[in-house]
Design a protein around this ligand. Structure first.
Ligand SMILES: Nc1ncnc2c1ncn2[C@@H]1O[C@H](COP(=O)(O)OP(=O)(O)OP(=O)(O)O)[C@@H](O)[C@H]1O
Ligand SMILES: [Mg+2]
Length: 267
């Protein structure tokens, strides 16, 4: 790990932890620990003692990346900054432990973001698959999911947080062992923006995405959607008035996006 420079965030001053991390990095990142492997980024999971750790490795090799790095806002840097903002605003996300970087081949730079693992967690995609798309879904689980997500999104938007990549893989629920009582965590933070006041257009975009991506369309009836928006508005501004208007705006966007996706997949 010698040639890496870095910052340490979280209060892990455990020598053994950094020794194990160093061994993992020096081994050239054990591919058997990979959760996702892509050309520009990979995610690895490994255990140090009983601590679960996630290591996200980014390769920055374009001019755009170099310019972003100069301004301190490439994806890895932004993810770290965003994690601190989210935690300060009480929006749950894994704690960053350290950010390391080094010059790799030619002009490319490698960044390594090490974060705390969320124990016993599953992605929202898995959760929906396991609990809503099964043969006999429990209606309490769906109701609970709708309520919790409505409250979570209202809190997120009230805090000025907008997620530009709000997919079901980028949301973790923990503990997975209790489908009626879990905490919601945001991961993959580089597409998140924190603003003073979030615009209606951005809120509608996130609300449309939750309907399209997170819950199978057949499993989410119009009534469910209305209930979801009612709860959302109640938590967001303490009122339920305006729910019909919001419902139609979100529905219009959803229809438009579905048509566009269909056209793209046919074409
Ligand atoms: N801190 C964490 N705790 C628990 N699980 C995690 C953590 N970070 C990542 N994961 C798991 O690794 C997966 C991939 O992580 P991440 O979303 O950061 O990478 P990605 O390359 O963008 O993958 P994808 O395109 O599938 O979203 C997540 O869906 C999640 O299951
Ligand atoms: Mg992701």
């Amino acid at each position: 790990m010698g040639e890496y420079s870095g910052w340490q965030f979280h209060g892990v001053d455990d020598e053994a932890f950094f020794e194990a991390l160093k061994a993992f990095i020096d081994s050239g990142f054990d591919r058997s620990a990979a959760v996702s492997l892509r050309t520009t980024r990979s995610v690895f999971r490994f255990l140090i003692g009983n601590k679960e750790i996630y290591v996200k490795r980014y390769f920055m090799n374009t001019m755009k990346h170099r310019i972003q790095t100069l301004f301190g806002c490439n994806k890895a840097q932004r993810s770290c900054q965003t994690a601190s903002i989210l935690l300060a605003k009480d929006v749950a996300t894994p704690r960053p432990i350290c950010l390391l970087w080094r010059g790799a081949q030619y002009f490319s730079t490698e960044y390594v973001l090490v974060s705390q693992g969320i124990a016993d967690s599953i992605s929202l995609r898995r959760f929906v698959h396991d609990h809503l798309l099964c043969e006999h879904p429990d209606p309490r689980i769906k109701r609970n999911l709708i309520h919790r997500f409505a409250a979570f999104m209202a809190h997120m938007h009230q805090s000025g947080i907008y997620h530009g990549d709000f997919t079901a893989n980028n949301i973790l629920l923990s503990p997975a062992s209790n489908p009626l009582d879990f905490k919601i965590y945001l991961i993959d933070l580089d597409a998140i923006r924190s603003v003073h006041r979030i615009s209606t257009r951005r809120r509608v975009k996130n609300l449309d995405e939750i309907g399209r991506n997170f819950m199978d369309l057949d499993k989410l009836t119009l009534h469910d959607r209305m209930i979801f928006l009612k709860y959302y508005l109640h938590h967001f501004c303490g009122k339920k008035a305006g729910v019909r208007g919001l419902f139609h705006t979100v529905r219009k966007r959803t229809r438009h996006r579905l048509q566009k996706n269909r056209k793209n997949s046919v074409g």
